[in-house]
Design a protein around this ligand. Structure first.
Ligand code: XMP
Length: 523
């Protein structure tokens, strides 16, 4: 029988200061990252073993993450409620708050009238240690269908939003706290302050902003690869470039960069790869011109996941064909980053949103060992590393392009004609945003060929042509995103140029959906 000692005090020094209980939220890992960024160690644990892990690890604080389930559903993940009796401060976030209300006497969680996903305003009603220093009205990020309708005994609601009375609840005496919104995401204005308050004022931990140590990363690569050779898949995007440069610093010319020009990437990508690797790094990349093979493999394919799989498989096949020419190569360098890992089911309870072709499947099909130097980092950290490595700003400031490229921005079948048309539309979007000085403020800005058709009048005739949507998003953490409020004149220019310059396009629409609920890409 498990012994639960109520005497775990904050004087105890543990190697994990915070335990994050993972209810499957894609942001559970982001919570841990935010905590670690503040110089506080964090351990992510599964709910069923949370109590025993907490008793073993003796942290100074516990954070219950969000998650996709409803607390009242049969089989919904839960924790042993004795974790609230340990005298350790607890912060419940979203599902975590709802679970606190569900488990503690007097509390109640129920389904809300409508889901609330995206930006909202937090309005403070009472002062609390958790929300100390937060403005009376501030922007928060919500993502929930359920809500706490009655606080547990000893708790008070201290803030609300227009649709949710239980935006935050506190029991200062027992040091138990809950918030309905997500303080860990970038779009919550005072999110970092709220987490800092929890760690500093409530858990009595000291905060020290962390710095990434490049020497250690390079030494680790050196140690793994030794004097063997490695092949790097360089897409021209920031992630694979950073991973390759770190590896080049470790093993020099034993790195063989390969760029597969699949015709699905943004115009100019291949040229930039050649220039950078040959001239700046002194390592000539191998370029495989393969657009025809990719187009042929996509013929007749309309299902998004199938398209991803086809592209992923061909990518790997091409690599394997190339690798055979270098029997001495033992390693494959990849620019996988942390959000790729999480989105491809890094967490047991998370819904599997998409299969990212650069994460799943590789180790089984390749004879090469993987080197993933930036697997632990989020985008903003990768940018920081890139600056330190003095990678040119055109790599750092470019918007990320998904591995399957235009193929997942052309809904339905990818044909040569539609590919050429989307490349033209994309160049218009990118060049106009650059001219307006807005390109670098956006995470993404791209056209989507929606597979819908509409009527237009071009010249003397009616054209039943493609409807193109434009998606322009702001986001810093890549997990959530807001649609950009582009100036109307700019939108007009995009619409006019795309419909005038691309014969098969009849109409341009603008996507005004945040993530969540919508994903950034349409497929
Ligand atoms: P979503 O659409 O899931 O996109 O909100 C989140 C981020 O991931 C990128 N993305 C991909 N990247 N392979 C990739 O390498 C993929 O299959 C893929 N799908 C989405 C997307 O562009 C955005 O930055």
């Amino acid at each position: 029988m498990l012994q639960v000692t109520p005497s775990l005090t904050r004087l105890h020094v543990s190697c994990y200061m915070i335990v994050v209980v993972d209810f499957g939220s894609q942001t559970a890992h982001l919570i841990a990252r935010r905590v670690k960024d503040l110089g506080v160690t964090a351990l992510i644990v599964q709910p069923d073993i949370a109590l025993s892990k907490i008793v073993e690890v003796k942290p100074q604080g516990i954070i219950l993450s969000g998650g996709p389930a409803s607390v009242y559903e049969p089989g919904a993940p839960s924790v042993d409620k004795r974790i609230f009796e340990l005298g350790i401060p607890v912060l419940g976030i979203c599902y975590g708050q709802q679970l606190m209300a569900h488990l503690l006497p007097g509390g109640q969680t129920a389904k809300g009238k409508i889901r609330e996903d995206g930006p909202a305003t937090l309005i403070l009603d009472k002062s609390s240690l958790l929300l100390a220093g937060v403005s009376p009205h501030s922007r928060i990020w919500m993502s929930h269908g359920d809500a706490v309708i009655s606080p547990p005994d000893g708790f008070t609601f201290v803030a609300h939003s227009l649709t949710t009375p239980s935006a935050a609840m506190v029991n200062e005496k027992k040091r138990l706290y809950g918030v309905q919104f997500h303080p860990e995401v970038e779009h919550t204005e005072h999110g970092n302050l709220i987490l800092t308050n929890f760690l500093q004022k409530i858990c009595h931990l000291s905060i020290a902003k962390q710095k990434i140590n490049l020497e250690t990363i390079i030494d680790q690569i050196k140690e793994k690869i030794g004097d063997k050779k490695a092949i790097a898949a360089v897409s021209g995007g920031l992630d694979s470039t950073v991973a390759s440069v770190l590896t080049a610093k470790a093993i020099g010319k034993n790195l063989i960069p390969i760029h597969i020009d699949n015709g699905l990437m943004r115009a100019g990508t291949t040229k930039r790869v050649i220039d950078f690797f040959s001239n700046k790094l002194g390592i000539k990349p191998i370029i495989l011109k393969t657009q025809d093979r990719f187009l042929a493999s996509l013929t007749g394919k309309t299902d998004p996941e199938e398209k991803r799989k086809v592209i992923g498989k061909l990518y790997i096949d091409l690599f394997q064909e190339e690798v055979k020419k270098y029997p001495e190569v033992r390693f494959l360098v990849q620019g996988t980053i942390y959000s790729d890992v999480i989105e491809s089911k890094g967490s047991r309870h998370a819904a599997n949103i998409k299969s990212h072709h650069n994460v799943g499947g590789l180790p089984e099909t390749l004879q090469l060992k993987l080197i993933e130097p930036i697997r632990e980092f989020y985008t903003d950290q990768v940018r920081q590393i890139a600056h330190e490595l003095q990678i040119p700003t055109e790599f750092i400031n470019q918007q990320p392009h998904p591995g399957p490229g235009y193929a997942i921005r052309i809904l339905g079948e990818v044909t040569a004609e539609r590919l050429t048309a989307i490349q033209m539309a994309d160049e218009i979007v990118v060049s106009e945003l650059k001219a307006a000085g807005l390109y670098e403020e956006l995470l993404h800005s791209f056209p989507i060929f929606t597979n819908a058709k509409s009527t237009s009048v071009k010249g003397d005739g009616r054209v039943f042509g493609e409807v193109v949507a434009i998606r322009a998003l702001t986001s810093k953490d890549r997990m959530t995103a807001d649609w950009a409020r582009l100036p109307y004149d700019l939108m007009q220019k995009l619409s006019s140029r795309i419909t005038n310059e691309i014969p098969i396009v009849s109409r341009v629409v603008y996507d005004i959906t945040t993530k969540p609920p919508a994903t950034m890409e349409w497929e």
